[in-house]
Structure formats: C-alpha cells, structure tokens
Write a protein that binds this ligand. Structure first.
Ligand code: NAD
Length: 421
C-alpha cells in the first residue's frame, strides 16, 4: 500500500504536514487520521518534543493492582499494558501474600556501568595497569560532566579494566561505575563515558569505539521475598506442584523464557506506566538471567518447614523517578503520585515485589485449575469486540462464548448476528 517511504525532510515538517503525507500514502480515511491525532493526556506538541517524526499518540489501558503490602507499607500499583488478566493476577497473589505479612524487599546502590571500548592497543595488559593508575583523574573528569548528579549524592565511583579476547584480537574494556541515584542514568553515564574516552585513549595509545551504558545492570539489583500460606494456595500438594513447575523452568530454557516473561508482565507494566525505558529493563532482566552462561529463572520457589511456599526474586531494575520521560509525561506524573514512591530504589523494590506476585499466578493456576479459566472472560471480551460487538452486546456475546467454552471470532460473529436478530 505504501508508495514510497523515502520522504525528504519528514522530520522537519509539522505534525499536520506529516499526517497529510501518511494519510495519502496509507490511504487513511478522515476517521483514521483523527484516531491518530486525537490527543489524550499527552498533547501532540509534547509528544513531538519527545521523539522524532511524530504523527500521533497511542494509549494503553491503565489498571491498578491492589493488595500490595511491601515492607509494611500499602501500595496501589498502576500498570499500563494491553494483556487481560495480568492486573487481576497480581492483585490476587498480593492478597495471598498478606496472610504472612506481605512482601519484603531490598535493593543495592543504584550503580550503572558505562563501558569504554579501546581497540588497537599495542600492549593491552600494560595499558590496563596504566589506566588503573590514573583512576582518580578519570573519575574526577567523569564527575565534572554532571555536577547535578554529584549534588544529589551520585556520580562516578570506581573503574575496572579488562583485556577482552575478541574475533578482532585483544581489546581493553574500561568499566566506569556510576551511582545514578534517582535517575535511570543512561544519558548521564553515556556523557561521562564519552568525556573520559579521549583521556583513556591518551593513556592506552588505543582508539575508543563504543562508549555507552551497559543494560546488564548487575550492580543495581532489586530483591523481594514473600511467604505464601499453604492452605490459602490450596494445600501442601499445590505447594509441591508449584515447586515442580519451577524445577521445569530451572532445567528448560523454553519454559524459562515464558516463566521470566510472566515476571516481566508485571514489571514492564509499571515501567511503561511510569514512562521508564522498558527496553532497558527487559535487556537487563534477560541478560542477568543468562549471566552464568545458562538462561535461568529470575525467581526461586522453595518450601519452608511449615510447608508454606517461599518465593524470592532478584534482578537488575534500572528505573528513574527523575530524567528521561518520567517527569515529562502527564500520566506518568500522576502514576508516581498514586505509587507514592520517594526514590528510584523504592520504585525498583515495588517492581520486584510485583514481579514475584506475577510469577506465582500462573504457577498456582497450573497446579490447580489451569490458566485458561481465569483468562477466558477477558479474552472473550476482546474477541467479542473483534467480532464487532459494541456496548451491552459485548457482555451478551461473552456470556455465550464462555458458557460454550468456544472463544473464537467466527463463533462470536455468529452469536452477535443471532442476538441482533
Ligand atoms: P536524564 O539525563 O534526563 O536525567 C538524569 C539527570 O537528572 C542526572 O544526570 C542529573 O543531572 C539530574 N538529576 C536531578 N535530580 C537527580 C536525582 N535525585 N538523582 C539523579 N539525577 C538527578 O536521564 P538519564 O536517567 O540519564 O537517562 C535516561 C534516558 O536515557 C531514558 O530516556 C532512556 O531511554 C535513555 N537512553 C537509554 C539507553 C540505554 O538504556 N542503553 C541509551 C541511551 C539513552
């Protein structure tokens, strides 16, 4: 349908001009154009300042997970996502966790790694030591780049240097450790890495190439734990089955991928609601899961002496309460108020607790009734709408689909036409 995607100066045009072109190219109707440009809370002008080539905004449903008691504090957790059942599942598991006191969390200092790759080094091991001996100078130079971060108690703390064997021969890799406080830190760290690169080139005699933050934020970990009462789960047999399911994930990357996806269902939804960088958090989570050469679950499930289920989670969560789009997007600002978190560290701990709760929901369902029963109704609502149902007709179609256990669009269309007579 698209005639050409080579549009000269698209980025310089106004939103209206861009929309006109896209309308012609994709043969959009006036209604379709107005869907794109009918701005919600995020104005088109604000969106245009956030990314390039803007033609509209899009929206996610925003739900609130309830029942979360974390470190003795009550939390309402806004979640932005399109998948049915996730918010309900989190709320249900958080309710179970309350029986034994809720979730308990901790986080390490918010240290991110900035990587500086130095190639073409004549004597890499000699260069490594030379760089280490100028550590203070490098750290001071890094901190000069961000007085604001330093003022808030953060800044570059340390460096480490490695000689890396690669298909292009040895390279010297410098890691700049930066305490990012309440920022996710990518801009801050990237600026520091770029600023330090010429000095490191001079010391090593090599050429700086990549100068960028690592999303494998292994020093910025969030942890959560909770005990789930065996009776509330359905008995000790259910606890045993859940641990067997976890054993499957532990031994099998195919299952483990979905296990971790379930955790990220919850975490990503808060990352999106707070307008943090979900690609960064995803990359960090999965690379951490594969840290030791094999892809492993981000949670652990065990049984205690009373037969209750003990769950723990540990993963890197690099999110901010300042910086990026977190303080720009109007919905994200309200979301933060609902969350009532004071620091980025607190936010990451809440996310970890949510991830743990989210992980348990399908495990419990598999050990009891399966996941489809719970999913069915919400899924059927989407299917009914796909079939063209509107207003009160949606619930009527859903009722039939769920009763018949046949949640398919073709059947939804038949039911709709039967109901509409
Ligand atoms: P930023 O530069 O917008 O804000 C961070 C700055 O805020 C700090 O450098 C500091 O000067 C200031 N600040 C004020 N109060 C602070 C406090 N209490 N704690 C810490 N800093 C405080 O954003 P950022 O966090 O450096 O970067 C995040 C953005 O970078 C995101 O939008 C992300 O998408 C993007 N990004 C990510 C990657 C990646 O993940 N690989 C790469 C490039 C860019």
């Amino acid at each position: 349908m698209v005639k050409t995607s080579k549009i000269s100066g698209f980025y310089k045009m106004s939103i209206a001009e861009r929309l006109k072109i896209i309308k012609e190219q994709a043969e959009l109707t006036d209604d379709e154009v107005s869907v794109l440009s009918s701005s919600g809370a995020l104005s088109l002008d604000a969106a245009d300042r956030m990314i390039e080539n803007v033609i509209g905004t899009t929206e996610y449903p925003l739900g609130v997970a309830c029942n979360f008691l974390i470190d003795g504090k009550e939390y309402l957790i806004p979640m932005a996502l399109e998948e049915p059942s996730v918010v309900a599942a989190a709320s249900n598991m958080a309710k179970l966790a309350r029986i034994k006191g809720g979730f308990f969390t901790s986080a390490t200092e918010p240290i991110m790694i900035g990587q500086i790759q130095i190639a073409d080094v004549e004597s890499p091991y000699f260069a490594k030591q030379a760089i280490i001996s100028r550590k203070k100078e490098i750290i001071d130079l890094a901190n000069e780049q961000d007085p604001m971060l330093v003022k808030f108690g953060g800044g570059a703390r340390d460096i480490t240097v490695r000689v890396l064997d690669s298909i292009c021969g040895p390279m010297v890799i410098v890691h700049l450790m930066v305490d990012c406080r309440d920022a996710m830190g990518a801009n801050a760290v990237n600026t520091m890495a770029e600023a330090c690169a010429p000095l490191i080139e001079e010391i090593s005699g090599g050429k700086a190439l990549s100068r960028i933050i690592s999303n494998l934020a292994k020093f910025r970990l969030a942890r959560a734990r909770a005990v789930f009462d065996k009776e509330a789960l359905g008995g000790e047999e259910v606890v045993d089955r859940i641990i067997m399911e976890y054993a499957f994930s532990l031994s099998d990357p195919y299952r483990c991928s979905t296990h971790n996806k379930g955790i990220m269902n919850g975490i990503d939804a808060v990352v999106v609601a707070t307008m943090n960088d979900f690609r960064a958090v995803e990359a960090g989570a999965h690379s951490y899961a594969a840290m030791n050469g094999e892809y492993k679950p981000l949670t652990r499930w065990e049984k205690n002496k009373d037969g209750d289920l003990c769950g723990t989670i540990e993963l890197p969560i690099a999110v901010g309460t300042v910086g990026g789009a977190t303080s720009v997007h109007p919905v994200a600002k309200v979301v933060r108020k609902i969350l009532d978190v004071k620091t980025a560290s607190e936010l990451s701990r809440v996310m970890a607790a949510l991830g743990l709760a989210q992980n348990l929901a399908p495990l419990k369902a598999f050990a009891t009734e399966g996941i489809q029963k719970g999913h069915m109704k919400l899924h059927a609502k989407n299917i009914a709408q796909m079939a063209g149902a509107e207003g009160e007709m949606i619930d009527k179609v859903v009722e039939v689909l769920v009763r018949e256990k046949n949640v398919r669009v073709d059947r939804a269309k038949e039911v709709l036409s039967e109901l509409c007579g």
